[in-house]
Design a protein around this ligand. Structure first.
Ligand SMILES: [Fe+2]
Length: 378
């Protein structure tokens, strides 16, 4: 079979003795630096893949390109980004078992492999639906020394892949593998931080029987509002994080105040009113995004400017904080508290309506009213 392995070329490249011609080298280095800068600090795997796809396509001047990531549970390679695959074969090509194919050999060997001419003799290496493909070049995507996927370019004509093609695709795959690894570890750490904070939040709620489950319910109602507004996936995620952690700053409020049956003194109110700003500080240490921290800080602002901690008004208040404000008020009203019983759904709705354009953003109130009562039931 007509494979070309690049062990030797990679070694040469690592030794600084690149196989690139001078003009290719400039173009390649520019493309790789540009990609590196674009990918630096990017923690969204899909964004990383889409950016890399654009670079590969421009470098290979319009050839077709596919990124696949290995699903360790099923052993299948799944397309995560691609260009050039006709729609009618996309569904068949989406997931493939790599065993016995060129992709499988790349996964097993960890080196870039190519086929220059797929003819009858070696066509078994291709899936049945890909009979039009005549040549391909596949590089392994590696992170932390482990192959996690493949980067493939292919054409519908026999193709003599040059050393430059091998080298460039290998370098590109290495850079992309590194960016994917960074995105994954960043997201892993972030998830760890969030689960620790959620644990703290749950621990805090156990101090007060009356507020158990409050944060999760506020997150759920906020998410229903977000659906009505048609918010993006990124905004939905920010809203979920902020809603789950919105009262985390109460961890610094003494239990004697939290559980007090009598009306709070002015000083005690001042302590309570510190919790949004304290929540922002706690979540900053957990490296939550600036947007999420701003939502936590401003969830007690009022539309008319009479809230705290900063007295922001109207659209000065982050939109997602205005959503949490309504969800928070509804859940607080419909839950028993040490000093009063829960209001009924209709009573709480009346209260929300009376706070429209005073405490609450009128558009958020309108969106909130569209949530069916059954969904709001505890
Ligand atoms: Fe709060």
């Amino acid at each position: 079979m007509d494979y070309h392995q690049t062990n030797r070329q990679i070694e040469q490249y690592n030794d600084g003795d690149s196989c690139y011609e001078p003009c290719q080298r400039d173009r390649t280095i520019r493309a790789l630096i540009k990609l590196g800068m674009e990918l630096a600090g990017c923690d969204d795997e899909q964004v990383v893949l889409n950016k890399a796809l654009k670079t590969v396509l421009s470098a290979f001047e319009g050839r077709w390109c596919v990124f696949r990531i290995l699903d360790e549970k099923t052993g299948e390679l799944t397309i995560k980004a691609s260009a050039g695959i006709p729609e009618n074969i996309m569904s068949m090509a989406m997931k493939v078992k790599p065993e016995g194919t060129l992709l499988g050999k790349v996964l097993a060997s960890g080196v870039t492999l190519g086929i220059e001419n797929i003819d009858e003799e070696n066509s078994k290496i291709m899936p049945y639906y890909a009979d039009k493909i005549k040549s391909m070049l596949v590089a392994p995507l590696k992170t932390g020394g482990k192959t996690i996927g493949t980067l493939k370019i292919y054409s519908f004509e026999p193709q003599q892949w040059s050393k430059y093609d091998y080298q460039f695709l290998t370098d590109m795959a290495n850079q992309l593998g590194m960016a994917l690894g960074n995105a994954r570890s960043h997201n892993f750490l972030k998830k760890q931080y969030i689960s620790v904070i959620k644990g703290l939040s749950a621990a805090m709620e156990t101090r007060d029987f009356y507020t158990q489950g409050h944060s999760e319910r506020v997150a759920k109602i906020s998410s229903d509002c977000a659906d009505i507004f048609g918010l993006s996936r990124e905004q939905q995620e920010q809203l979920y994080q902020a809603a789950t952690l919105h009262d985390i700053g109460k961890i610094g409020v003494p239990e004697s105040i939290i559980m007090k049956l009598e009306p709070l003194s002015a000083d005690e109110w001042e302590i309570i009113k510190m919790h949004p700003a304290n929540g922002e500080i706690i979540t900053e240490k957990a490296e939550l995004s600036r947007q999420v921290r701003a939502i936590i800080r401003h969830h007690h602002e009022r539309w008319d400017g009479g809230g705290y901690p900063d007295g922001l008004a109207g659209e000065e208040i982050p939109h997602l904080a205005r959503i949490i404000s309504v969800a928070d008020a509804y859940d607080a009203m419909t839950t028993d508290r040490p000093y009063r019983l829960a209001k009924k759904h209709d009573e709480a709705i009346d209260e929300i309506l009376s706070g429209k354009e005073k405490q609450f953003d009128p558009l958020v109130v309108e969106a909130f009213l569209q949530i069916p009562a059954e969904k709001l039931a505890k």
